[in-house]
Design a protein around this ligand. Structure first.
Ligand code: MRU
Length: 357
């Protein structure tokens, strides 16, 4: 998608280095950063310079390529894989991408390993682009239907966090149907949950929608309920970091509360996902590792002052205790449907298995 009219992807490989858009600097500064070692890749994932389930999967795949460039040695590759998988615990894409790379590389000789690793990382990336595009084409049908029912009036869509192209390689998951609808001339407007504490909604989703010319309004995380009660939300679309085979969805903290409000107000609540976020193994959502991040993300906020200086300030007493859980789980019963690259299905084992045999 575009930034200042120029097309970008979130990650690419060039001259034996991995290039990323440093998302910790957005929206105020657009900086492309080079990752040269697997340690750089791990650090970028941990600090959320790259974030979003599909993008951290892709970064892990490229991280293994960097690890082979650094040291073509099996025990180093194994250690790199373990470190990458544990760099963020909730999104299943990290493990999915690393496992896929390792499977591809098993038994490959030293001479060919780099070439094969790079080809597999590129195929993970390219596949994600196609999947996200197809998620968009599938989700477009729902938006189009609502638009027709509203006599082509603006369709108001609420989203949480950033499941946009910045969270993937291109198109995004939750935003892909929105981009496709906009490109087709359907009138859309997006309610963007700010998504405390890291404000991925306000900092990233609003930013990328602005760059694509899509009308959007940033709201506090708690505003969705009243907007739904007043008929201002036609549908919700969110992403997911881990989707269980029973249709339960683990996504950014606060998603669950939006789903409850949506249910109470008969607002359709859709989850958009590429199949790489499905965890076929865990059956009980209580087994999903929920990332607990540093409480400084809660106690401090960052912004730009009138002199264009980035400032970071504390917002509550040093003495106050805090807990920063990064994800929650929305039970399948609150999900109207899963929008995948293969089509839309019920949020259930039957629905998912019908699409992904
Ligand atoms: O902590 P983040 O910013 O990595 O969390 C991202 C999300 O929760 C997204 O909604 C999710 O990864 C889906 S991305 C297509």
């Amino acid at each position: 998608m575009k930034i200042e009219g120029k097309s970008y992807r979130t990650i690419w490989f060039e001259n034996n280095e991995v290039k990323i858009i440093d998302q910790t600097k957005l929206p105020h500064n657009f900086i492309i950063k080079n990752l040269r070692t697997v340690k750089d890749a791990i650090q970028a994932i941990k600090t959320m310079e790259v974030r979003g389930a599909p993008l951290i999967g892709a970064t892990a795949a490229y991280g293994l390529v960097l690890s082979i460039i650094e040291k073509n040695d099996l025990s180093f590759l194994k250690k790199s894989s373990e470190d990458l998988i544990s760099s963020r615990p909730t999104a299943i894409n990290l493990k999915w991408a690393v496992d896929r790379m390792i499977k591809k590389l098993s038994g490959v000789n030293d001479k060919d390993i780099l070439k094969i690793a790079l080809a597999e990382a590129i195929s993970i990336v390219e596949e994600d682009v196609v999947f996200c595009k197809n998620i968009g084409l599938n989700g477009l049908k729902i938006i189009e239907e609502i638009s027709n029912k509203k006599d082509k009036e603006t369709v108001n869509i609420l989203t949480h966090c950033n499941a946009g192209w910045l969270a993937t390689i291109d198109w995004g998951t939750a935003t892909s149907p929105i981009y496709h609808a906009h490109q087709k001339g359907i009138k859309v407007h997006v309610w963007v949950d700010e998504t405390r504490p890291r404000n991925q909604g306000a900092n990233l989703t609003s930013y990328e929608l602005n760059e694509e010319g899509i009308p959007n309004t940033v709201i506090t995380d708690n505003a969705g309920g009243i907007l739904m009660q007043r008929g201002k939300v036609d549908m919700c679309i969110v992403g997911t970091d881990r989707t269980l085979s029973n249709g339960d969805v683990c996504n950014k903290i606060g998603t669950y509360l939006k789903a409850l409000a949506a249910k109470d107000n008969n607002v359709p609540f859709y989850v958009a996902l590429p199949s790489s976020t499905i965890d076929w193994n865990i059956r009980d959502h209580k087994q999903i590792p929920i990332e607990e991040r540093h409480t400084e993300e809660l106690s401090h906020v960052e912004g730009i002052d009138k002199d264009n200086q980035i400032r970071r300030v504390r917002i509550y007493p040093k003495k106050s205790k805090s807990l920063n859980l990064a994800f929650d789980v929305t039970p399948a019963k609150y999900v109207s449907g899963l929008i995948t690259e293969k089509g839309i299905c019920e949020a259930s084992e039957k629905g998912l298995k019908g699409l992904f045999k």
